[in-house]
Design a protein around this ligand. Structure first.
Ligand SMILES: [Fe+2]
Ligand SMILES: [Fe+2]
Length: 177
């Protein structure tokens, strides 16, 4: 009982001591700098995906693809939400979200794409989603048990990207008929 109390005291003392570091406590086991670096690549990926889907939304409008543009817009907004959540986590870890347009495409795991035909656009989106699914799975494995909050965030993103990939696969079979 006394040991428990002493432990709580010690935990509280250490939490107070590190308060200026924000959400990062001395219990944080991951390599913080490395996690920030990896999250900045995820941020670039989500930003490139936002831009690509938004471009596809306007392009699809131009070719009167009813129903398809709504799907592109929904995905664009999802990716923007992902980017915002990743940027927030970077700041919680004491890092700086890198939204510099210079080097954005290089930092991103997925590509922006240049397709102009509806089918090509959907294919690009499907490829980008599959890349995100693969790299986010790797990141989750890499984080392991060292940073549960970042891991949970990445798991939520992964689930959404799997949904996106599924949506694009279905859309592709619809338009390529
Ligand atoms: Fe995303
Ligand atoms: Fe996605």
């Amino acid at each position: 009982m006394n040991t428990f109390k002493a432990d709580i005291e010690e935990i509280r003392r250490r939490a107070l001591e590190k308060m200026e570091q924000g959400a990062v406590t001395s219990f944080y086991k991951a390599d913080r700098e490395k996690v920030i670096e990896v999250l900045n690549e995820v941020l670039a990926t989500e930003t490139v995906c936002t831009l690509r889907y938004r471009n596809h939304y306007f392009m699809a409008k131009g070719i009167h693809a009813s129903g398809v543009e709504a799907e592109f817009l929904e995905h664009a907004n999802d990716e923007q939400d992902h980017a915002d959540r990743v940027a927030k986590r970077i700041t919680e870890l004491g890092g700086t979200p890198n939204l510099n347009p210079e080097g954005l495409a290089t930092r991103s795991h997925a590509q922006y794409g240049t397709g102009e035909r509806l089918e090509d656009m959907i294919k690009e989106d499907l490829i980008a989603e599959r890349i995100a699914v693969a790299t986010y799975s790797e990141i989750i494995r890499w984080i392991g048990a060292d940073d549960p909050t970042t891991r949970r965030l990445m798991e939520e993103l992964l689930a959404k990207e799997e949904e996106h990939a599924d949506d694009m696969a279905k859309l592709l079979s619809r338009v390529s008929k």
